[in-house]
Design a binder for this molecule. Structure first.
Ligand code: PLP
Length: 395
């Protein structure tokens, strides 16, 4: 049955019904390992597929199952598989696709662990990957060979916020009979549902926006049953399944996803515009800015408006690494930390790249602007920052 209710409604209700035994509203945490059968006949009926029944929690758990049903609904997918982390989802997917020595064509701009997995781990399993600029369709087409098993991209890339043309890549992948795999961690299904734009599988680090609170690790693989269910089998053999407690926390997190994404996006849009007009800033990467080279491509994916382009941005200061240090040290509210998708704003200086990545939180925009202005003043003019932070006599 197609769920034609709005996305916010589905975030709250999809995959959930009151507990049939107790009437508990809200999916209970099934923190147990094994499941009892009434009789030998019951076991046989389960094995014959006549009596669906949970057997062993690592193979399937009612709490995690509810979450999988919710995610499948949100993505518009036939099925969704919950994993222990984003990397568990990514590694299991890639290993399943390259079975027997396949090749992956992937974007060169990716979360660094994913890139390392493609470049360092796949060769150890007799497989390989070619990394290309996925904004360049001709380069992607040229990299696909007879052994290529999939095309792999992040629509808004980590950390430079490059945007790829998903429908065009989907068409290319289809013409070469390979699936398009999309890591949609930066946007979440509240802003982009890649299966509607030509993708065959969608991956997530649920550790980020799906959780929203920075308290839970998780990952997802969603898409067609014939592609996603074999990944579940690989993942189970690798021991990468999501524990029930994480699933229970994520059921709560996902309920507020659209509200948070709207706020993250609105705040990021305001900060991107502030940064773009500040003399201390050399470049801002935010696809919502009309000056972003792929703004039109991005708008075709996520729509138009200040609350559509997500909460992630990155930027470079004119003063280079010393200015970056001054900027970070002057911040009073934003936290210097890795990770992203938290309700609190996190900033991180990229190693080996003159880039500050900002995961913009849901705080009041005025407070964020004040903190970023404080950082920019310090980056630009240390003496001005000192004057700003000096207590007045009334303090
Ligand atoms: C875009 C992206 N994909 C995947 C991951 C990996 O997720 P996890 O840390 O949950 O394994 C991350 C982590 O930062 C990420 O940024």
């Amino acid at each position: 049955m197609i769920d034609d209710r709005g996305l916010t409604t589905r975030c709250v209700h999809a995959g959930e019904t009151p507990d049939p035994t107790t009437g508990a509203h809200g999916v209970p945490l099934y923190q147990n390992v094994t499941y009892a059968f009434r009789s030998a006949d019951h076991v046989e009926a389960m094995r014959a597929g006549e009596a669906p029944h949970f057997t062993y929690s690592p193979r399937g758990n009612p709490t995690a199952r509810s979450l999988e049903l919710k995610l499948a609904d949100l993505e518009g997918a036939e099925t969704s598989v919950a994993a222990a982390s984003g990397m568990a989802a990514i590694a299991a997917t890639l290993l399943t696709l390259v079975r027997g020595g396949g090749h992956i064509v992937a974007s060169a701009e990716l979360y660094e662990q994913t890139r390392d997995f493609l470049q360092c781990d796949l060769p150890q399993h007799g497989s390989s990957a070619t990394l290309v600029d996925a904004r360049d369709l001709a380069a992607v087409a040229a990299a696909i060979g007879p052994a290529t098993r999939a095309l792999y991209v992040e629509p808004f890339s980590n950390p430079a916020l490059h945007v790829v043309n998903l429908p065009a890549l989907g068409e290319l992948a289809r013409s070469r009979e390979i699936p398009l795999i999309v890591d949609n961690t930066f946007l979440s299904p509240a802003l982009l549902r890649p299966l509607e734009h030509g993708a065959d599988l969608v991956l997530h680090s649920a550790t980020k926006y799906l959780s929203g609170m920075g308290q839970t690790q998780g990952g997802f693989i969603s898409g067609r049953r014939d592609l996603a269910e074999p990944v579940r089998e690989t993942m189970l053999r690798l021991g990468g399944q999501m524990p029930p407690f994480a699933a229970w926390m994520l059921l709560a997190g996902v309920k507020t996803l659209p509200l948070r994404m709207e706020r993250h996006s609105g705040n990021a849009d305001r900060l991107a515009r502030l940064l773009a007009t500040d003399p201390a800033v050399a470049a801002v990467n935010y696809p919502g800015l009309e000056t972003h080279p792929e703004h039109d491509v991005a708008a075709r994916l996520v729509g138009v408006g200040p609350d559509r382009f997500g909460g992630m941005l990155s930027f470079t200061l004119r003063g280079g690494p010393p200015a970056t240090r001054r900027f970070l040290n002057a911040l009073e509210m934003c936290t210097i930390a890795v990770s992203l998708g938290d309700v609190a704003t996190l900033v991180w200086p990229w190693a080996g790249r003159d880039l500050i990545r900002m995961s913009v939180g849901i705080e009041d925009a005025a407070d964020l602007e004040r903190d970023v202005r404080r950082g920019l003043a310090a980056a630009d003019m240390p003496s001005r920052a000192n004057a700003l932070s000096e207590p007045t006599p009334a303090d």
